[in-house]
Design a binder for this molecule. Structure first.
Ligand SMILES: Nc1ncnc2c1ncn2[C@@H]1O[C@H](COP(=O)(O)OP(=O)(O)O)[C@@H](O)[C@H]1O
Ligand SMILES: [Mg+2]
Length: 310
């Protein structure tokens, strides 16, 4: 099956709402995607690779037919609403959307797929240290921007390796804003209690979120800490051993045995200074009490001041 969309020249900050039957094949922004080009499947959507007339690759996210209930639709619309407000090199770029004949969101295509797929695919060579560090720094910057740098506070609520995508040159981009929450900027100290809707992946959930449904920026900070451990160790947050990644890593971090955390597939090829910075940041981010966790501003300034220190 072939579908088509049309894009307007300048879509920001306006979102384009066009049905595929309105598109004109002669327009330079006419695009097609094929239903057999499936590149990813998440909790409530399928993602396909498409191409515009001018050659630009796009990702088309379609609400799964099987998940057409009201809550899923709400999450889908939340994603469009939130992404319409953000613009940062480390956050997925929204190109357009379509609400005709189904719900579709159109993004720039991240050709390297997700961090999860690259990190855990045993048929691929181990991801090198430089790339891992770059992903950690870029994701921290993107998250700092969501919390502090955009017009409203945005709490992502689902930071994990399958939601961090990679561009052709391995720049990480935070994606999947279906569970995200926007807060008015004047609510500088508000947490949301209780939280409605779905919880993110339980292995990345901060204790206060898991137990009481309380969410604020520090909930994302916790998930970011788990993500750092995943990048360092190459281990999945759940691996069938019934022990979470952060409870495995905590004693090693406490005893300063950071080299024990490192992915054995790297065979010792890592930068020790960068490792100690990532491990220290992870140990602070996964603290049980949210008040003891750093903010993303602190993480980026103190531990990931990449340009200054490298
Ligand atoms: N812009 C994109 N470019 C390339 N692949 C993508 C893109 N967006 C999503 N994907 C792929 O689709 C998967 C699911 O997308 P996601 O937005 O996380 O959906 P869900 O909300 O259902 O989890 C991702 O893990 C990734 O592999
Ligand atoms: Mg996802």
């Amino acid at each position: 099956m072939v579908f088509s969309f049309m894009f307007m020249e300048e879509i920001r900050p306006l979102l384009l709402l066009l049905g595929y039957q309105l598109s004109e094949p002669s327009s330079p922004h006419f695009g097609i995607w094929m239903s057999d080009n499936l590149v990813g499947k998440g909790g409530y959507a399928e993602v396909y690779r498409g191409i515009l007339q001018d050659g630009q690759a796009i990702a088309v996210k379609r609400l799964s037919k099987s998940s057409s209930n009201e809550r899923k639709e709400k999450e889908f619309l939340t994603e469009i609403g939130t992404l319409g407000h953000v613009c940062h090199p480390n956050v997925s770029s929204l190109l357009g959307c379509c609400i005709d004949n189904g719900l579709y969101i159109i993004f720039q295509f991240s050709s390297r797929g997700s961090v999860a797929s690259l990190l855990h695919d045993e048929n691929l060579p181990a991801m090198d240290w430089k790339t891992r560090f770059r992903i950690a720094v870029g994701t921290a910057r993107g998250l700092h921007y969501l919390h502090k740098g955009c017009p409203r506070r945005i709490i992502h609520r689902d930071i994990k390796a399958s939601n961090i995508l990679l561009t052709a040159n391995f720049e990480p981009q935070i994606s999947d804003f279906g569970l995200a929450k926007w807060l008015p900027s004047q609510w500088t100290h508000h947490s949301i209690v209780p939280i409605e809707g779905t919880f993110g992946c339980s292995t990345h959930l901060a204790p206060e979120y898991f137990m009481h449904g309380v969410v604020d920026e520090k909930t994302d900070v916790f998930a970011f800490g788990v993500f750092l451990l995943e990048i360092i160790s190459g281990k999945k947050p759940v691996d069938g051993s019934h022990q979470s990644l952060h409870s495995w890593a905590k004693p090693l971090l406490k005893q300063g045995e950071t080299e024990e955390l490192v992915d054995p597939r790297l065979e010792g090829a890592y930068n020790a200074d960068q490792l100690s910075r990532l491990a220290f940041a992870a140990s602070l981010c996964i603290r049980a009490s949210s008040t003891w966790r750093p903010t993303m501003s602190e993480v980026t300034a103190r531990y990931f001041n990449y340009r200054k220190r490298c």
